[in-house]
Write a protein that binds this ligand. Structure first.
Ligand SMILES: *[C@@H]1O[C@H](CO)[C@@H](O)[C@H](O)[C@H]1NC(C)=O
Ligand SMILES: *[C@@H]1O[C@H](CO)[C@@H](O)[C@H](O)[C@H]1NC(C)=O
Ligand SMILES: *[C@@H]1O[C@H](CO)[C@@H](O)[C@H](O)[C@H]1NC(C)=O
Ligand SMILES: [Zn+2]
Length: 479
């Protein structure tokens, strides 16, 4: 669990809320004392109070001066957004590097990421994913600003509780995809969006028809270099035709992280390769004279944790307390999601499972805790959808759930755990005219990014779970 609450947006460090309140309190006390009793004693009191107030005010001003000069020097020279030199309007490129755990940037030399950090704004201790910390729920939260319960993609795979239809990661039927993703918000307001892959981008919704040349169909085999070139080509269009919002997606280093765990040299190599792709993007934008005009937002969807050392929990071990048939289990690990037939008591399932898990007789049983979904910690926001199965298990970082002991090779990496676990954090870096150079901000949840993008583009956001004031805490004010 990190130092900052993942549920509410933390204000930026240079927003001082407390420095003015003592002054306000002193002034109101002063006014009351003067008006209630105008005697001689009161005038002495009044003079002393005035003096105290003056001293306090000077101290407050001195403090504020020191504070703001310190804040502005740490944030570089800009106090307002920098003017565009070549582009006609603000443009955002939203980039995701899948499974880029916070801290991977220290594994190896990453000159391009370092450059974005040095001249941009970084979440100093990383970006907090939403629960469950899986690829589809998180990518879609980033572009809708909604928790999975509200955008509908509650897992990478799930069943519709009414029809029994299965959602899979290749499904583009709009009935599954709720909320309003950024490409739709952008096109609603008469502007252009382009997606070089993103979760949900191929779904036709409202004004977004997934137009050819703008909405690229997901193809894992397209080399990363080509994806970067696809983005760069948009900047060769006539100025008024350049999409204002673009997405760019890389499967790495998630792919390697799963296979060999986060500490393997293969992950280090994958990180270096992502960095070189960012280098290709930066130099392409520089060549076109637009690098300093474009807002680049670099994020990941979640982190990664090693799962070796037989950190396993077997559901069959619970048989003396309760037998859980395979058919009840809709998702197993790290998110254990159970939908029993309707006539079975949910609280009884939960209490029997927990009794077994806590008995000391089930291997690693104390690493898994079962909940009726409404009783999950509210910070997880994981109950307000019928698609979420009614019984959910929270498993500790690095542990996995299996139905039975199968002696399967278990060593590798996983994600999907509680979003307060530090290893599930990913990166946030913003670079461009509206981001202060060299600024660090506290960690925040990825549902804030939707409002951040609409604020940069100066368009009207759809209702979402980010806070309306968040963009002001992180962006430079417009000049
Ligand atoms: C940061 O931006 C300044 C101003 O454009 C530039 O001179 C400097 O080289 C940049 N630093 C890095 C590390 O790119
Ligand atoms: C996917 O991309 C590869 C590499 O560019 C290409 O050869 C292949 O035809 C593409 N597949 C589809 C279905 O478009
Ligand atoms: C999230 O946003 C949805 C849609 O606006 C809203 O119905 C829901 O109450 C919000 N939930 C939270 C926790 O903010
Ligand atoms: Zn993954």
């Amino acid at each position: 669990m990190g130092p900052d609450s993942p549920a509410k947006p933390t204000p930026a460090p240079d927003q001082e809320e407390n420095s003015s309140s003592p002054t306000t309190a002193l002034l109101s006390f002063d006014t009351d004392a003067y008006s209630s009793n105008p005697s001689h004693k009161t005038s002495i009191l009044f003079i002393s109070l005035t003096l105290i107030t003056c001293i306090a005010l000077s101290a407050a001003f001195a403090f504020a001066f020191l504070f703001f000069s310190a804040a502005s020097s740490s944030a570089g020279v800009d106090s307002t957004a920098r003017a565009l030199t070549k582009l006609k309007r603000p443009v955002v490129i939203l980039i995701s590097s899948d499974g880029f755990r916070f801290g991977y940037q220290f594994k190896t030399s990453t000159p391009n990421i370092d450059r974005l950090i040095a001249n941009g704004t970084e979440a100093e201790r990383g970006l907090i994913p939403v629960f469950p910390t899986l690829t589809f729920p998180n990518h879609y939260s980033i572009v809708t600003g909604l928790y999975p319960a509200h955008h509908g993609i509650i897992n990478n795979y799930f069943l519709d509780p009414v029809t029994g239809d299965a959602f899979t990661m290749a499904n583009h039927d709009s009935k599954w995809w709720l909320g309003e993703p950024l490409w739709e918000t952008v096109t609603n307001q008469g502007l252009g969006a382009a997606t070089v892959f993103w979760v949900g981008a191929e779904v036709k919704k409202g004004s977004w028809s997934c137009p050819v040349n703008l909405c690229h169909h997901y193809n894992q085999s397209v080399p990363f270099e080509e994806r970067v070139d696809m983005i760069l080509q948009y900047f060769d269009l006539p100025s008024e035709e350049i999409p204002v919002f673009m997405t760019l997606y890389f499967e790495d280093p998630d792919h390697q992280g799963h296979k060999v765990g986060p500490d393997d040299p293969q992950v280090t190599e994958a990180v270096a390769r992502i960095d070189s792709m960012l280098g290709k993007l930066i130099s392409g934008l520089e060549k076109r004279g637009v690098f300093e005009d474009v807002n680049i937002i670099l994020v990941g969807d979640h982190g990664m944790v090693g799962t070796c050392d037989k950190k396993l929990i077997f559901i069959e071990d619970l048989a003396p307390w309760i037998v859980i048939p395979d058919s009840w289990v809709q998702s197993r690990t790290p998110l254990l999601a159970i939908r029993p037939p309707p006539d079975i008591s949910l609280s009884e399932i939960v209490s029997k499972m927990n009794e077994g898990l806590q008995s000391g007789k089930v291997k690693n049983g104390n690493r898994l805790k079962m909940y009726v979904k409404e009783e999950l910690p509210s910070r997880l926001h994981y109950s307000a959808s019928d698609r979420i199965p009614p019984v959910i298990g929270l498993v500790e970082e690095g542990f996995k759930v299996e139905m039975k002991n199968s002696k399967r090779q278990e060593c590798g990496g996983a994600h999907g755990y509680d979003n307060s676990v530090f290893s599930m954090r990913t990166i946030f870096i913003g670079h461009g005219p509206q981001f202060a150079r060299g600024r660090k901000v506290p960690s925040f949840e990825n549902v804030q990014i939707y409002n951040l993008v609409t604020s940069i583009l100066n368009i009207k956001p759809a209702p979402n779970n980010g806070s309306a004031s968040f963009p002001q805490s992180i962006l430079l004010p417009s000049s």
